[in-house]
Design a protein around this ligand. Structure first.
Ligand code: ZN
Ligand code: ZN
Length: 694
């Protein structure tokens, strides 16, 4: 807010031309008191013009402090250089200007040049270090200060505790706490808050709560420290309880409180409760909106995240790169190209300061929607690239079956002298898996340790097991597991199980499934996969025993479903679904397609049905799989045009649907992109990009 009275006074002084030095001085002090930086700056220049080199250290110090406080480093620096006489106040002001603007190097140098220091110099330095992520240096200086004979004040202790809490150094924190108690320095609220903060951050919630309960003058910061402590230490119910208490005490929660409480609700999965709190907030700021959007996105409520983003824009709150990247990731999960493009457009239009977060999310989104060409466009125009962006592009190409592009990008990354990380190699190795590049896969796998000095992770081993198994080297895959430096986990066994299923190796599959029954007893996947294998060779007794095993262990089958996005709306189907309002039309269209495919030589593969039922039931249960229903609906709503139909399935596509999609892509002359839980299938002209290897 501009102080118009002051501004008028400054203008008046200018117009008179012949003001006295005293008049200037009075007005400068007035401006400093009102923190009118721009007016004070104008006066400073005029004083310098009219009275030549001013040596009024008192006024200059006041100006310096004001510049420092408002983060005007350049103005502070200019004035400091001009000063004829500098005292300890001038030096301290310069230190705080550097601290405030994060110029730690200059701050350190200035401290070294100081001809005299006082406790304030040390306090400013310690706070400056602690506030700029140089916590160890802050604590070193805290010790040196005392060695040089300066007694730390309450303010020093607050900064030192802040440093300890950043380093999660509870031992040092306790020492300082002891000194504070002995020195009887517990008088002010800042010390109490700093103490609660360090105990909470280091996980000693009992001690933090003990202090909190004994505090006399609690402010919002104290409540926030304890509330966020409970969230971070996995006690969201305590956080929520305190939040209600806080309101009973008549304290107004601020944005930090709200985002912590929202976080607590999401932690415990109370998404609806979180949205209730959110709706009660009258003035929502960016942090609130973002917390809520991220919460939705992370709790599988992507559509709500998108809706809320729209509301945020309507409320005229400017999103930041964190909000945008979270929304873009939601679009990626839904494979919602329409929304993804819209958010991309908005980002460009609003000029959101991107960094790398948004671009990397966009690359990932376009890849997950199967449009690697657009992902490449974003990637190519990124001003800087980090390992995350490279990984997104490599992984994206690999998942879409463009293994040559994936490996070429990886080689380019090495040429640019970027160090690949674990995620990079997951992308590289899956490219090899999808293209069955066994030799290259081995070379890349060996290079992880030999060339890049890293230990291959379980993810990397899983890729190799997949690659070996698919190429028919089931024994070698089993040997690899034997020789691993890690204990095999669910991923390893489920990988071996699925390659065994592909290869029809029942013995190996049974062995892997046994491990999975132990490690992850409630996961229906292994039971179903084994059942399918038994069914395929007519071992109905084993199918039945699998079914009763599942029943005894109370293993719930997860619903397999597919969805398709039409005009910005997601339509979800389960197998043999009859709940969609346009069910009649969908089945009509699907049956028409099946008849047409019959003429072209397609016969449903009823071997893939897992129950021992009659041929007619077998036929129906396989013909009306969810992805087929989604496809039929897509054809009804979007009958024309060469644009691809995009379908997403939450589990692996079955063999029959795979053949079906290939036939349909040929008959309708339109590409179909099907993303299943494993990879992407681009069906074009009767062929699939996975080359029937998935
Ligand atoms: Zn199917
Ligand atoms: Zn395929």
């Amino acid at each position: 807010m501009i102080n118009y009275k002051l501004r008028h006074a400054v203008d008046l002084l200018y117009s008179r031309g012949s003001a006295t030095s005293e008049a200037y001085t009075r007005l400068v002090l007035e401006c400093v008191r009102a923190n009118e930086v721009d007016q004070a700056k104008r006066l400073q220049h005029h004083m310098e013009l009219h009275f030549f080199q001013p040596d009024n250290t008192f006024i200059q110090n006041r100006l310096l402090h004001m510049y420092a406080k408002s983060g005007k480093l350049l103005d502070a620096r200019n004035l400091f250089d001009k000063m004829l006489k500098r005292d300890v106040f001038s030096w301290n002001a310069m230190l705080s200007a550097y601290a405030k603007t994060g110029s730690v190097k200059d701050m350190r140098a200035t401290f070294g040049q100081m001809p005299f220091r006082d406790p304030v110099s040390y306090n400013t330095m310690i706070a400056g270090f602690a506030g700029n992520e140089c916590s160890s240096e802050a604590l070193e200086l805290f010790v040196r200060m005392q060695e040089e004979g300066f007694e730390p004040t309450e303010y020093t202790h607050v900064s030192a505790l802040h440093a300890c809490s950043q380093l999660l150094d509870l031992r040092r924190g306790k020492q300082i706490h002891g000194r504070i108690t002995v020195g009887n320095l517990c008088g002010n609220v800042f010390i109490w808050n700093a103490l609660i903060d360090i105990y909470a951050k280091c996980g000693d919630m009992d001690r933090a709560r003990w202090l909190f309960d004994r505090m006399v003058n609690r402010n919002v910061v104290s409540w926030n420290s304890i509330i966020s402590g409970y969230v971070k230490n996995g006690q969201p119910e305590k956080c929520i309880e305190l939040f209600h208490k806080m309101k009973l005490w008549g304290l107004k929660p601020d944005q930090v409180t709200i985002s912590n409480v929202l976080g607590a609700y999401f932690q415990s999965g109370y998404v609806d409760e979180a949205s209730k709190i959110f709706n009660e907030i009258k003035e929502k700021d960016k942090i609130c909106w973002t917390t809520m959007i991220v919460g939705y996105a992370q709790n599988g409520r992507e559509e709500d995240a998108l809706m809320l983003f729209g509301a945020m824009l309507l409320a005229d709150v400017r999103p930041d790169s964190f909000t945008i990247s979270s929304v873009v990731s939601s679009c990626a999960k839904l494979a919602s190209l329409y929304n993804g493009q819209a958010v991309h457009g908005k980002t460009v239009h609003m000029g959101v300061d991107d960094g790398l977060l948004v671009s990397s999310a966009l690359v990932d989104m376009y890849c997950k929607c199967g449009v690697t060409s657009d992902a490449w466009m974003v990637f190519k125009t990124m001003p800087t690239l980090n390992v995350v962006s490279w990984n997104a592009m490599i992984g994206g190409y690999a998942q879409n079956g463009q293994h040559q592009e994936a490996l070429a990008i990886y080689e380019k990354m090495l040429q640019e002298k970027l160090k690949p990380d674990n995620v990079t190699f997951i992308g590289v190795l899956s490219a090899c898996v999808h293209a069955n590049l066994i030799e290259q896969g081995h070379e890349y796998f060996d290079s992880i340790s030999k060339q890049h000095g890293m230990t291959p992770t379980l993810d990397h081993y899983a890729c190799m097991i997949n690659l070996l198994g698919r190429s028919g080297y089931m024994d070698k895959a089993a040997d690899l597991i034997e020789g691993m430096p890690h204990e095999p986990n669910c991923l390893i066994w489920s990988t071996l199980l699925s390659v065994s299923a592909i290869k029809g190796d029942i013995k190996q599959a049974e062995m892997s499934a046994r491990h999975l029954f132990e490690l992850d007893p409630l996961n229906a996947g292994p039971y179903i996969m084994l059942s399918n294998m038994y069914a395929a060779c007519g071992r109905w007794k084993d199918v039945a025993s699998m079914r009763s095993l599942m029943k005894n262990k109370n293993v719930k089958k997860f619903a397999a479903y597919s969805w398709i996005e039409i005009d910005n709306k997601v339509h979800k189907f389960v197998s043999e679904d009859r709940t969609h309002p346009e069910t009649e039309k969908i089945y009509e269209e699907l049956n028409r397609l099946i008849r047409e495919l019959h003429k072209a030589g397609f016969a449903p593969n009823t071997n893939l049905v897992l129950h021992d039922v009659g041929e007619k039931e077998k036929y129906e249960s396989i013909c009306y799989h969810s992805e087929k229903l989604a496809l039929a609906y897509g054809l009804i709503r979007k009958p024309q045009g060469g644009t691809p139909l995009r379908i997403i399935k939450n589990i692996r596509v079955c063999g029959d649907c795979h053949v079906f999609m290939k036939f349909v892509s040929k008959i309708i002359g339109r590409p179909i992109i099907l993303r299943d839980s494993n990879r992407y299938h681009h069906f074009i002209g009767g062929k699939c990009s996975c080359k029937d290897n998935w």
